[in-house]
Design a protein around this ligand. Structure first.
Ligand SMILES: O=P(O)(O)OC[C@H]1O[C@H](OP(=O)(O)OP(=O)(O)O)[C@H](O)[C@@H]1O
Ligand SMILES: O=c1cc[nH]c(=O)[nH]1
Ligand SMILES: [Mg+2]
Length: 211
């Protein structure tokens, strides 16, 4: 597993506003969207392209286009939905799959309630988006769904990660595939409820309300 921590003053500034408990839901959504755009730029650095002949107003030349099979973006519902638009804005030709997963707050196991992914992901670059990587259980389960369909190249785009969760993901992936985690920051630790500290609270609730 490779880890990329975005090192940029705009990322740090926006993240600090997100962390503030007094930031309202509309502002929170907008900032998540803005942060994803900045992270997506890093996360898509190795997206595969192929040459394409183009004619400029001046001459013929060779450019590039995103290669097929097209990349797949997979938000992990609910909170990951807040990051989808930012990803597809940057990569409009990407296709989109969905995973609905909720952490059981007692057992901390990830429970899957929706799985809508293409049958065959062989050769596809997959981008999982979810703002929080806490114990890592959710991300490991999501990576396993992608691997089970043949994907081997997975990039997870998260806002915050806990060191404990990153270790779990690294150990679970081993040499089974090529996994990169792109984050805005790695926080200190998990608390006794497995929330990220200092963190930003429950990302899903702050985006969409308490349900
Ligand atoms: O690393 P883990 O310990 O597995 O926790 C991280 C998961 O928890 C949050 O989702 P949650 O289960 O709260 O669902 P939600 O998006 O519907 O709020 C978050 O968005 C991740 O999916
Ligand atoms: O800190 C945390 C941990 C899990 N899920 C969240 O939304 N926040
Ligand atoms: Mg939640």
């Amino acid at each position: 597993m490779r880890l990329h921590v975005a090192d940029h003053p705009l990322v740090a500034h926006k993240l600090s506003v997100l962390r503030n408990k007094d930031t309202s839901s509309p502002t929170f959504r907008k900032l998540v969207d803005e942060l994803v755009t900045l992270l997506a730029y890093e996360a898509t650095r190795d997206v595969r392209t192929e040459p394409v002949e183009i004619e400029t107003p001046v001459t013929r030349t060779t450019g590039v286009k995103i290669a097929e099979p097209l990349p797949l973006v997979v938000p992990i519902l609910r909170a990951g939905l807040g990051m989808l638009d930012g990803m597809t804005r940057l990569m409009p030709t990407a296709e989109v799959g969905f995973l609905g997963m909720q952490r059981d707050e007692t057992t901390l196991e990830a429970v899957t309630y929706a799985n809508r992914l293409p049958e065959d992901l062989t050769g596809r670059q997959c981008f999982l988006v979810d703002p929080m990587l806490a114990t890592g259980g959710t991300l490991v389960a999501a990576i396993d769904y992608l691997f089970a369909r043949g994907a081997r190249d997975v990039t997870a785009v998260c806002l915050l990660a806990a060191p404990e969760g990153l270790k779990v993901v690294e150990e679970a992936v081993g040499d089974r595939g090529d996994v990169t985690v792109v984050v805005a920051a790695v926080d200190e630790r998990l608390n006794e409820k497995a929330y990220i500290v200092p963190g930003l609270g429950d990302a899903g609730d702050r985006l969409y309300g308490v349900v």
